[in-house]
Design a protein around this ligand. Sequence first.
Ligand code: DC
Length: 227
Amino acid sequence: MSRPLIIAIDGPSGAGKSTLGRMLARELNLLYIDTGSMYRAVALAVMESSVSSNDDVAVGSLAAQVSIDLRGDPDSMEVTLEGGDVTEAIRSEEVTHLSSIISAIPEVRRAMVERQREMGKRGAVLNGRDIGTVVFPNADVKFFLTAVPEERAKRRFVEEHAQDSSVSFDETFADMSERDQRDATRADSPLATAQDAVVIDSTGLSVNEVFERMMVVIRERLENTKS
Ligand code: DC
C-alpha cells in the first residue's frame, strides 16, 4: 500500500483493546498508540500540579502544554510525562478515575486528538474511544471491540487485584460501569460505534480467536484496496 495503514480500535474498558492492539501492531509492523494512556498522563499531570481538576480551563491549558511521549515497541511501551517514566503510575485507581473525568473536557480532547493525528500519520494501530469517529474517521479498518460487562469487569478485576489485593470484584464492576457510562454519555466525542466499524463481541472468545477474526477483516480490506 502506498499510503500509511491506520487501524482504529474503539470500545469500552476491559474489551481487550490493548492486548489486541499490541498483537495487531506487532503482526503488521505498525506503531501502537494507546490513546487512553495519554488521557491518563494528563490526569496524573493534574494530580501532580496545583491545578484543580474542576477547573476545565486550567486543565485544558495544562493538557495543551504538558509533554507526553509513548516510546518503545508494542510489548514494552513506556509512557513519559515531562520526560519521566509514568508507565506504572498512570495505572493507579486514582488516575483511572480522574482520566475519565478530565477526558470529557473539550480542550483536553482537542490537545490529545491533535497529537494522536500527528503521531499516527505514518501508520499505526490506535486504540481508544473516539479513534474511528473523530481522530481518524478515514481509518483503513475500524473495529469496535466489546464484551458483556461481567466479562469485562472480570478481566479488569484480575489486573487490579494483582496490584491491590483489597479490591473486590463488586468495586471493580461498579467503577467500570460508572466510567463507561461517563465515557459514553459525555457531550464531546463520546464512546460510540463508527457506522463503518466492524463490531466484535469477544465474550467467550479467546484472545487468539479475536485476533484471527480481526486479521481476516484486515487482510480482506487490504486485498480489496489492492484491486
Ligand atoms: O482506555 P483507558 O481505560 O486507559 O482510558 C482511560 C480514560 O481515558 C477512559 O476513561 C476514557 C478516556 N479515553 C478517551 O476519552 N478517549 C480515548 N481515545 C481514550 C481514552
